[in-house]
Design a protein around this ligand. Sequence first.
Ligand SMILES: [Zn+2]
Length: 290
Amino acid sequence: MPLKIVDGWIKNIKQIKSPYYNDRPEDQPISLLVIHNISLPPKQYGGPYVEQLFTGKLDPNAHPYFAEIYQLQVSSHLFIRRDGEIIQFVPFDKRAWHAGKSIFAGKENCNDFSIGIEIEGCDTENFTEIQYQQLAIVTKLLQQTYLIKHITGHSDIAPTRKTDPGPYFDWQYYRSLINHHKQIDLMTTQLRLIRDELQRLTLWQPSPPVAEAFLSEQPFALDTMQPYEWLQWIFIPRMQALIDANAELPKFALHPYFEEAFKQQEIDVNDLLALIKQLDELSTNQRVSD
Ligand SMILES: [Zn+2]
């Protein structure tokens, strides 16, 4: 089920309210994501201690390290566990206390205008695949909801104090996942526009061609289907299945065939051809621009 933000909280994930937050300054809209790592005790995973720290309930006697930190008043908006579980502590419209003394692009106090995401981990070990997947999903959700202009690491905004998310956090992979999500969104929209245009041209059919037509081994099933039939009954469903499976999308070039095939069309297919050309471009765009 796609995640949704209501009143600053992601619906249907675990919520543990932290007392450590306050209002954001009114002139500081959310514009930054800050990625962190944390594990308590350091390099140990799965325990309840991060939740306890962010809610002021850490027992100083439970571990020698805790005696040093249990009085810290810290929190983050989100915490992503090794198994991908996402926990929210502070609503996004409030200011969580994750960055401390910090500066980004000349602006101090990054807590004022950022959302903090803690990934369960440390500076000396890889993060898990599901953590990257979940991080990319929440990043997309936050980008859709707030005007996020930049994503950075804690070590970039507090370089003398902090090292997280550390050298094992794979920024390149994270950014490739964000791009993949963007490409999928753009592709979904483009396929919808093509369907709408086919409907407008009354080329969208209520029922499929005969079963044998699907057995064609020709490209575009050109011996058994009209070009628009192939779009509707083969290409679009196939793309939709890949999108639903969150799979890598293929690169393709449909426009040359359609331009040729539509030469004899009586109706005006220029808009449709333009949409198909854009679709080709989306498929070959490795990096979808911001
Ligand atoms: Zn941090």
